[in-house]
Design a protein around this ligand. Sequence first.
Ligand SMILES: [Zn+2]
Length: 252
Amino acid sequence: MWVDTPYRFFVPHKMSIILQMTKKIILILAIPVMVAAAGIFLYYNHAMGSGRTGQVVGWLNDPSSRPELMMTSGTRCGDAPFIFPTNGMVGFIWDDSFRPGHRHAGIDIFAGTEAGVTPVIAVYSGYLTRKADWKSSVIIRVPGDPLRSGRPVWIYYTHMADAQGNSFISPEFPTGTSEVFVEAGTFLGYQGNFSGNPNAPVGVHLHISVVEDDGFGNFKNELEIENTYDPSPYFGLPLNARINSDTIPVCE
Ligand SMILES: [Zn+2]
């Protein structure tokens, strides 16, 4: 706030010229900053798919407002090989970006409930492994990819724990479980909000991805999109953000 004092009228002439120049320099310096800020804003809007992000936020504020966005656990879209793993809305899809340079390797399904309430089931039969330090995750090996015979694939499920890391995974699959056969539809656990940081939990959801085998019977790093397959044909849903930029996927 400008405080008007008599002093203002006694600023020497030179001083006022310097003040004018300083103002100009600040303005010139501010322009590239503003342009950069606008660029970052546009990048985010584009990368996040502004249409979808807005719908996700709106739905999470009031899930009952748009029941048509809700998918039901166990649903099969058309003749897709995988069934749907849980009740909820597909908020973010494969190759969405949450920050510059980031590419989402799976899909996020939001229950709209508290953590530990909404069940998660296996989308396809296979052999379940839960590593010794996995609080919220399981992975299921499918020996024969239903879409391309001869190659194995892995299906990764995560965020099944609370913010503190208390697991919601079924007691049938304790840590250290290795290669236990499960049928499609088997109860795996409940959606949670575990992020690894108790002070910054994620919104309650399931993250699921289809991961490549390394050729030696192990799964590749599931967090890198290059190691995952586009899940669209597996679920019979438009789950590729490069093709579907702004629509919440539901069964046709
Ligand atoms: Zn995710």
